[in-house]
Write a protein that binds this ligand. Structure first.
Ligand SMILES: [Zn+2]
Length: 290
């Protein structure tokens, strides 16, 4: 179904969406001029810049307090205490803006599912099982070893990735390039959300202040500032970033963070293992199907 005009298409979109929940809301919206003027001053009381930040800024707000990040050449040192404190303040202010932005679009779309305030998830990938590899050891460049702060969902490259919760996309990139050779490993990287992350998206879940980072994507269908509903297609499973190695099968790297206390600072984003909730979600979706 093609929706040429966003305004006229709303009724159709509502019918379309409720009729086929797994389908992509974004696809429908893309047909219109939604992207060319998503932050029209007539419809929103704030400017695009207040909703959509440069990727490095979002990535910096998203990183845990003691986390060094690899920029393709070297590890960038973890943040100072002042940077962390300011980051928490800044992130909380942004969360208010992202919520307003979500509600504004939600009211316009007038879809019942926008008012879903449950904390349940939709499985981000159609799989019947998932293994727990959170906190596994990962070798990084220059002999560094890191804990794997995510659950990997192994599935075919090109499989659709769905938004697990209602929220706002706060960072996204689909322009990652890089090479991998046996001798040099990952090299000549650029673009994406980061050298190791590759293509991906960060979703801010408005109902319970949670963040999902989805990494190694092939295609990315969402842009920062997009409002997504549970079940919207946001991209496809790929092998970008350090998943490019031929030894690594295609998978979705699903990282999950919540505000907590780390480094003695309250309010920083702390990694959580998405596995228990993911397992429960997949089981309940399978039960509903049968
Ligand atoms: Zn991973």
């Amino acid at each position: 179904m093609k929706l040429r005009n966003f305004t006229i298409g709303l009724g159709l979109l509502a019918a379309f969406y409720s009729a086929d929940k797994g389908k992509n809301l974004i696809d429908g919206i893309k047909q219109s001029n939604f992207y060319s003027a998503p932050f029209s001053p007539l419809s929103f009381p704030y400017k695009k810049e207040t909703v959509v930040l440069p990727i490095p800024e979002v990535m910096s707000l998203y990183t845990s307090c003691d986390q060094k990040t690899y920029n393709g050449k070297a590890f960038v040192p973890a943040k100072s205490t002042d940077e962390i404190l300011n980051g928490v303040k800044r992130r909380r202010a942004l969360e208010n803006i992202w919520r307003m932005h979500f509600n504004e679009k939600a009211a316009k779309l007038n879809l019942e599912s926008y008012t879903d305030i449950t904390t349940s998830w939709t499985s981000p990938v159609n799989v019947s099982w998932v293994t727990n590899n959170y906190n596994g050891l990962r070798a990084r460049a220059r002999g560094r070893v890191e804990l794997h702060r995510a659950t990997d969902i192994f599935t075919k490259t090109g499989s659709k990735i769905y938004a697990p919760v209602n929220g706002v996309i706060v960072a996204s990139s689909g322009n990652w390039t890089g090479s991998w050779t046996r001798r040099k490993g990952l090299h000549d990287v650029s673009g994406g959300l980061g050298a190791i992350t590759g293509n991906g998206a960060i979703l801010f879940g408005i109902n319970n202040t949670i963040y999902f980072l989805m990494a190694h994507l092939k295609d990315v269908y969402v842009r920062a500032g997009d409002v997504v509903l549970k079940g919207d297609v946001i991209g496809t499973v790929g092998k970008t970033g350090n998943a490019m190695s031929p030894r690594v099968p295609g998978h979705l790297h699903l990282a999950y963070k919540k505000p907590g206390t780390e480094c003695g600072i309250e309010g920083v984003l702390v990694s959580e293992n998405p596995y228990p909730k993911l397992k429960e979600t997949i089981a309940s979706q399978l039960a509903q199907k049968n």
